[in-house]
Design a protein around this ligand. Structure first.
Ligand code: SF4
Length: 438
């Protein structure tokens, strides 16, 4: 049987899928438009909402869809697990949850019977979404193609913190790979570059010993993520962290109760401990429940205070704003959002200091507007009928980027299409289906 794999990340590798293949002892070949028809099975990994649109674009370009028997499309990944209803409209079966213990058996069934069955599979037309399969993570290293082959090693699954908005903290129970297992991997990849990753790796109960092991084995630790409390655990000049709420008040509501003083102390400490310029990426979430003008004023106060700090002259900061799309597995799943709220201008004003520039270096970032937010909400909240909208979208929306000037118009067109398919703006903004009790 010829097995292809299709992922949409920049390096063509997806850790979860590679782990499944390694555990199954199976080789799968990267699929292209030219080779897809030669496959018996295509394993497709979907990690976020855009992958749903990219898969539609891929199938449209190749003319190869589900339901033909060859290739058999089998999907997995985080987005497939969270929204199997819409994904199942594109593939023959969706595996919900961790697939590493079951992939070999599923492929054997497909080879023998042309189809597969399992309590964690979801197929188009099925009523009930199964509970996700949960597997215990084990030490496993894969080498990426980028940057001369960095090794990636999972050290924990799920997250102890369970912040209100975060699917990573809610999708799976928290489980760690023990230090003893990780030591064996460290010995194997001694003197190499590696990322020992987890949703929040510094929360691993043996983190200090893992860090010491990395140093002992002279492994260059490339991970850049850390919670604000633990920025000093990052070795290089760059760090990425989630501040989330625009104000301390909003940060408290999502599980990151950071005061401005604490933010300044931690980021200042990080900058002061780097040799030259420190690069800090900070993530904020717009449209959190209860957001008010006073929260934006608080964000301005924080920027002014950074501006006044002497260390900020050695800081290059990349603030990113992501307006909320509630994920159904999280505590914010029923949150009301406002898809046409104009975040772009407000954000640009803040990061450019009303066009006058700040005294420290700020890398400008764009904000997802109504078009991207509708596409995200459609996948999250539209269910299986959302595919009827997806399949009508022009190619430029599916995987290209329409000119910024046309995106608002495109958002209105997508919305009109949603309405024609019985999906209202209210459903996308509140998650409530038409006629559902409030
Ligand atoms: S935001 Fe970070 S700390 Fe919070 S649950 Fe997600 S991964 Fe964990």
């Amino acid at each position: 049987m010829i097995i292809g794999k299709l992922v949409f990340g920049k390096d063509g590798l997806q850790f979860g899928l590679e782990l499944c293949l390694a555990r199954a002892g199976i080789t799968a070949y990267p699929v292209t438009e030219a080779t897809v028809t030669g496959c018996d099975v295509v394993l497709v990994s979907l990690c976020w909402y855009r992958d749903v649109y990219r898969l539609e674009a891929f199938q449209r370009r190749t003319g190869v869809h589900r339901g033909t028997g060859r290739p058999y499309w089998l999907a997995g990944g985080m987005q497939a697990t969270m929204t199997p209803e819409v994904v199942a409209e594109l593939v023959d079966a969706v595996f919900v949850g961790d697939g590493e213990e079951d992939l070999a058996g599923l492929l054997q069934q497909i080879e023998e019977h042309g189809d597969c069955d399992h309590p964690c599979l979801f197929k188009s037309g099925q009523d009930k979404v199964p509970e996700p399969k949960v597997c215990t993570p084990t030490a496993h290293a894969i080498q990426t193609n980028e940057g001369h082959g960095t090794w990636r090693v999972e050290i924990a699954r799920g997250c102890k913190w369970r912040c209100a908005f975060c699917a990573l903290g809610h999708l799976k129970p928290y489980a760690e790979v023990p230090l003893g297992e990780l030591e064996l991997v460290m010995r194997r990849i001694r003197n190499k570059r590696a990322s020992f990753f987890a949703p929040e790796r510094t929360a691993h109960s043996e983190w200090a010993a893992i860090k010491a092991g990395l140093r002992r084995h002279r492994i260059q630790d490339l991970s850049m993520d850390a919670r604000l409390e633990n920025l000093q655990e990052v070795d290089g000049p760059s760090v990425a962290l989630g501040l989330e709420g625009l104000s301390e008040r909003l940060r408290r509501t999502v599980g990151k109760p950071f005061t401005d003083d604490f933010i300044l102390e931690r980021i200042g400490g990080f900058v002061d401990s780097r040799r030259r310029v420190a690069r800090v990426t900070t993530y904020f979430i717009g449209d959190l429940p209860g957001e008010e003008d006073s929260d934006w004023e608080a964000a301005w106060v924080l920027m002014h205070r950074i501006n006044e700090a002497p260390w900020s002259r050695r800081l290059a900061i990349t603030p990113c704003l992501f307006p909320l799309t509630p994920k159904r597995v999280t505590r914010l799943r029923d949150a009301t959002i406002h898809l046409f709220r104009p975040y772009e201008k407000r954000w640009m004003d803040l990061i450019t200091n009303h066009g006058k520039q700040w005294g420290f270096r700020v890398i400008h970032t764009l904000v997802n507007g109504p078009m991207e937010r509708i596409m995200d909400a459609l996948v999250e909240r539209g269910g299986a009928p959302s595919y009827r909208v997806v399949r009508c979208l022009p190619d430029i929306v599916l995987c290209g980027k329409p000119p910024v000037s046309e995106r608002l118009m495109m958002a209105r067109k997508i919305l009109a299409n949603c309405k024609a398919q019985g999906i209202s703006l209210e459903q996308l903004e509140t998650g409530r289906r038409p006629g559902a009790a409030v």
